[in-house]
Design a protein around this ligand. Structure first.
Ligand code: GLU
Length: 411
């Protein structure tokens, strides 16, 4: 039985103690407002019928409609989806977009399904949850192992059910059907803006930086690509099959081609294969965990040598490990800020859909940069004020905003 949700909530009480703020209203934040669980019957290509377990957790909508991704993964469970939905609630408040938080998931290994089966599964999900979804209610988006094509099927099925086109029911769509320019790489782009901002703030020069990116899905790959294009030295990358390392730096563009051909980054010329565990412990300055939760915990935290960690994954560091890193003066930019670029551009996509007015890529990127950098500065100021780590600072900001809404609206 995993404890991700319980662990995710620990910080709420600690913030009250630390700051002296005593919000009894915060009890509301310790439970999702609604949990929906549906069994989805899906016809397989061989004619058999399979039942998939699916969830949507609508955590809190005090600041706006529920917002958050839809994850397809064999390790999805209700506990994980609740933690992820809670984090979305915090994330939207930290970066000041008018959404609450939610998350969805299906227990499925998409690597074992055909494209047709994934399409039928997606459409079944939409039919199962359609009454609870909508532009003003709850707006899903991509997450681990879901992509623009899946969002397109989502939008199509939902529009059929409602009898008209409703692109704003989901974000992260292909641009042809109302997706936003820049949404595909927005999580990485936002993380990269924060990363360069941080380096300026703590006065570290580019030539002194070496980067490890753990995870080479959409988020990790694009962060590595942006860093490489800006002439940063990326020394190691990994995917679920393992990692590769060259202390002199890797050619990320070539690795992307290698992964397209072989399905993995491993066995790349000019680099040695290493395990994912060893990759996290490399003697580098910057570590960018970009895959799943809990990869840095009490067992390996003392072996981490990076002095900066940018959490592009959701929840890659457990709370015990996070405290230890703070004591070791490691700067951790927390997920609720570092990976918020995705949901920020999702917000822009939703706005564009509602207004039927589409932005060019410059407008998207300039707006993203301004919005995420503003959030970064506020979190940094709060960290100085309370002498806490950036995670605590981000939560203080988010919780104050959520509680202000609760008080003004009345419970
Ligand atoms: N799944 C992404 C996240 O965890 C994006 C959510 C969204 O765009 O709604 O932030």
């Amino acid at each position: 039985m995993s404890n991700k949700f319980k662990n995710a909530l620990l910080i709420v009480d600690r913030i009250c103690k630390l700051t002296g703020i005593n919000f009894s209203e915060l009890e509301i934040l310790k439970k999702p407002q609604r949990i929906i669980e549906v069994s989805l019957p899906v016809l397989m290509d061989d004619g058999s019928l399979k039942i998939f377990q699916a969830y949507r957790v609508q955590y809190n909508n005090i600041r706006g409609p529920y917002k958050g991704g839809l994850r397809f993964h064999p390790q999805v469970d209700l506990d994980e989806v609740q933690a992820l939905a809670f984090w979305m609630t915090i994330k939207c408040a930290v970066v000041d977009i008018p959404f609450g938080g939610g998350k969805g998931g299906i227990i499925v290994d998409t690597k074992k399904l055909s494209q047709n089966e994934i399409e039928r599964l997606t459409r079944a999900y939409v039919r199962g949850f359609a009454d609870f979804i909508g532009p003003d209610i709850d707006i899903p988006a991509p997450d681990v192992y879901t992509n623009p094509q899946i969002m397109a099927w989502f939008m199509d099925e939902y529009s059929h059910i409602k009898g008209k086109n409703i692109p704003a029911c989901v974000t992260g769509k292909p641009v042809e059907i109302g997706g936003s320019l820049g949404r595909d790489i927005a999580t990485s782009q936002g993380g990269f803006y924060i990363f360069t901002n941080l380096l300026t703030k703590i006065k570290i020069k580019k030539q002194d930086i070496s980067i490890v990116v753990q995870g080479f899905g959409n988020v990790g790959l694009n962060f590595a690509k942006l860093a490489y294009a800006a002439s940063y030295k990326v020394v190691a990358v990994s995917d679920s099959q393992g990692g590769i390392y060259n202390h002199e730096g890797l050619d990320i563009e070539k690795i992307i081609l290698h992964k397209q051909k072989t399905n993995s980054v491993i066995n790349f010329d000019n680099a040695k294969n290493i395990t994912n565990e060893k990759l996290l412990e490399l003697p580098v300055s910057v570590l960018v965990p970009s895959a799943l939760e809990g990869v840095i915990d009490e067992h390996n935290v003392n072996k981490i040598k990076a002095s900066i960690i940018i959490e592009l994954a959701n929840g890659p560091i457990t709370s015990i490990a996070s405290d230890k890193l703070f004591k070791k003066n490691v700067i951790v930019v927390p997920d609720v800020l570092a990976n918020a670029g995705g949901v920020i551009v999702s917000y822009y996509e939703w706005l564009q859909n509602l207004q039927h007015f589409y932005w060019d890529i410059n407008k998207v990127n300039i707006s993203l940069q301004e919005q995420i950098n503003n959030a970064f500065y506020k979190v940094w100021q709060t960290k100085e004020k309370y002498n806490v780590d950036l995670r605590f600072a981000a939560y203080i900001i988010a919780i104050e905003k959520i509680v202000a809404c609760l008080k003004i609206r009345g419970i």
